[in-house]
Design a protein around this ligand. Sequence first.
Ligand code: PHE
Length: 397
Amino acid sequence: MHFPKRWLAGALLAVFALLPACNTTGGAGGGGTGGGGGRGNVVTGDTIPIGSYLSMTGSEADFGKQTNEGLSLAVDQINGSGGVKGKKIAIHLENDEGDPAKAASAVTKLITNDKVVAVVGEVASSLSLAAAPICQSNHVPMVTPSSTNVKVTQVGDYIFRVCFIDPFQAYVVAKFAHDNLKVNNAAIFVQNDSAYSKDFGEEFKKNFTQMGGTIVAEAAYAGTDTDFKGQLTKIQAARPEAILVPGYYKSVGAIAKQARELGITVPLLGGDGWDSQDIFVTAGNALEGCYFSDHMAVDQPDPTVQAFVSAYQKKYGGKPGALAALGYDAMNILADAMKRADSLDGPAIRDALAHTQNFKGVTGTITINSERNAEKPAVILQIRGREFKYVTTIQHP
Ligand code: PHE
């Protein structure tokens, strides 16, 4: 097809008109997308609009529910004690249904229509990866409470997290398997359409083999799969002493159940993606005695943890998971940064977030490092009855 040059130029101009205004002053920390400057959104009314995009329905719905509960509890407390710079925080929540394309459009709506000055979300790394470039190019700071995949904050200097990253989490699980459980031969079973699960598997392999262990089988499944017996039969034939399943609760529960049905009795090991009471819906008792790494243990005696647990119980009943705690910490860290920021525009909030140091959160003491990640210890939890019991804390090597 041929278009007159004039038309093409017109079309290009129209595209550029949709992009955020640019200047070239850049900013602290260096950008990932090279989008230049621009103020992001600015607070104009008497509330501070904050966006949040979460999976409120779909196979990860419990992630969204837990996170939103923690976030809302933090907002109640912040607003109850006067808000930020004399203004109350107003949360604009979008449901992305666990779908990357919907995560991207949710964030576009929050930034363009709702004019949010910052965004909290997502949980699943693949969804944060889908939305982060939009926050970055619009200079709207994004704080993910719980996406642990290393690539998320590499999107650019407006993207932060308050959790540890998977290279560390995978080291923690490898170390526990090798040193505590004395496992020498392990199998790995990952969800191949999840950035989190795939990279977790790779990092585990690297660490576990460095420790002297052997990976005897590797297999993969897709997020929509429900029958895992083919892969599990192959894994079983390799006679592993433990199987790493770094996926999300719904699939992991079904995998555990089918593994036991096939006669596989060795422990399954996993990461934070297991953290939902809904794991028992698909697992039944199949995960009894198994271990996973996480961000917090509700049965830790720490006074900050216990104050959070009782505030949560008072508002919602029941016990919070790590995701509620991370949602709570993400909102509190954002509020703390906004209090310290020179103004409430994108670059000012970004700069203040980057200077977060020794913030006493429920999930640990949080310092944002130069890569906009938080370095914190991880806990190992064991499934006993239908509870997640604290086993040990593992620090950075
Ligand atoms: N870390 C997971 C991811 O990046 C998300 C998650 C965090 C799930 C904490 C449960 C608890 O995809």
